[in-house]
Design a protein around this ligand. Structure first.
Ligand SMILES: *Cc1c(COP(=O)(O)O)cnc(C)c1O
Length: 403
């Protein structure tokens, strides 16, 4: 069986993790701080806070911005559940909008969904392909849209417009007009979950890139406390001579990253651009080269003059098929010992959100993308021979089902 996305694992990662395990300090400490600095240097944004997951990071930043009951947050209908669930956790209302043929959130749909209650937009770089950040950043600064904004919290008053909180769970290393994802909008959140491009088993990072007059060092200190029960000192700081006393400034969360996780991230990030992304791109190119010969294959967009994907997963669509045919094709592919997947079942189709009253018929592009989509595996140890096996099984399976 060709698996879908095993993590890259080797002696360098093992050595770095073991170094941490015997260092005398295994939770948030020097390795986490080092990883944060490396992420800041890589992304080119202003400051990075490592957290326990992307979900934690997204929720932390919604709460930092003061999002709660009565507020609306715009989320694409086509994403993983975390993007919307964190909005529900904060007590705010999820406003789903439709997406484009490139799988990313539609600017026109966002424009129609904005009201005086809108506080945040969460674009998602699906499969690693960056959204239209220039257009998104311009949209929230349009005078008529800015005039609708109803600031309540100190942070909302300071920003005085809708916040863009990018869900970059797929897209670390993606580029837009020469800039790294992380540096494209107000706040960007990466995921280091086990199936993501760069993994720490579980983990995430918040990249801050707010406009003036936000003070990034002050916000970083505050978020450190907010992600650690509101404590003014972390556990390591408290062990220093004369430093046992600390304060609790608010009932914060427990969202910190451990040094064990950060150890994996440090090694992965060192070789991410020069090695991991190079291999992933080669796999994408090999899929497109082989599948592009077939008239039934609709290949994903992953490179344009302005945008470069992080090559997270290869989202193949089959032209002119229905959902049940797609499901049959997937079964045929599995029968040939190849694991594939679907990214994603749109959230309005999920029981919880259906019961909230959302209808998939309001999101026709999301449904069309989903109903014809098959995600092909992409990971460091997927060899060219394995890619060819995946391609062969896809071709045979499509021909078996649609003739
Ligand atoms: C994986 C994923 C997340 C959640 O990441 P975690 O680190 O597991 O919390 C959020 N959004 C999208 C689009 C994802 O794919």
């Amino acid at each position: 069986m060709i698996p879908f996305s095993p993590p890259r694992m080797d002696q360098r990662i093992v050595d770095e993790v073991v170094d941490t395990l015997f260092s005398g300090w295994i939770t948030t400490g020097p390795k986490t701080k080092k990883f944060e600095k490396m992420l800041t240097a890589y992304g080119g944004h202003k400051v990075t806070l490592c957290v326990s997951s992307a979900s934690a990071g997204l929720e932390l930043m919604l709460r930092w911005f003061g999002v709660g009951a009565g507020d609306e947050v715009i989320v694409p209908a086509y994403t993983y559940s975390a993007t919307a669930n964190v909005v529900v956790h904060c007590g705010a209302k999820v406003i789903f909008v439709d997406v484009n043929a490139d799988f990313n959130i539609s600017l026109d749909a966002i424009r129609k969904a904005i009201t005086s209650k809108t506080k945040v937009i969460i674009p998602v770089d699906i499969a690693g392909f960056p959204c239209d950040y220039d257009a998104l950043n311009a949209l929230v600064r349009e005078p008529e849209i800015q005039a609708l904004f109803n600031p309540v919290s100190r942070e909302q008053i300071e920003l005085n417009r809708i916040l863009i909180l990018s869900d970059a769970a797929h897209s670390i290393g993606g580029k837009y007009k020469g800039k790294q994802v992380g540096n494209l909008t107000d706040i960007t959140v990466y995921s280091f979950h086990a199936v993501k491009n760069l993994t720490t088993a579980e983990g995430g990072a918040v990249c801050l890139n707010l406009p003036a007059p936000f003070d990034h060092d002050e916000i970083y200190r505050y978020l450190n406390a907010k992600s650690l029960h509101g404590q003014t000192k972390d556990a390591l700081a408290k062990t220093q001579i004369g430093s046992w006393r600390y304060d609790v400034i608010e009932p914060g969360y427990k969202y910190n990253m451990t040094d064990i996780q950060a150890s994996m991230g440090i090694i992965e990030l060192e070789r991410y651009e020069s090695d991991m992304l190079v291999r992933r791109k080669a796999i994408f190119d090999r899929y497109s080269e082989a599948l592009g010969k077939f008239s039934w294959a609709e290949l994903p967009l992953f490179e344009t003059p302005e945008k470069t994907s992080s090559y997270h997963v290869y989202l193949l669509r089959i032209k002119g098929i229905y959902e049940d045919q797609r499901d049959k094709i997937i079964q045929e592919i599995f029968n040939r010992e190849v694991a594939v997947n679907v990214h994603f079942v749109p959230l309005p189709m999920m029981t919880y959100y259906k019961n909230c009253g959302y209808r998939i018929s309001d999101f026709p592009v999301a449904f069309d993308n989903y109903s014809r989509e098959i995600s092909l595996p992409v990971y460091y140890n997927l060899t060219d021979d394995m890619v060819d096996t995946v391609v062969k099984s896809v071709i045979e399976s499509v021909q078996t089902v649609i003739g």
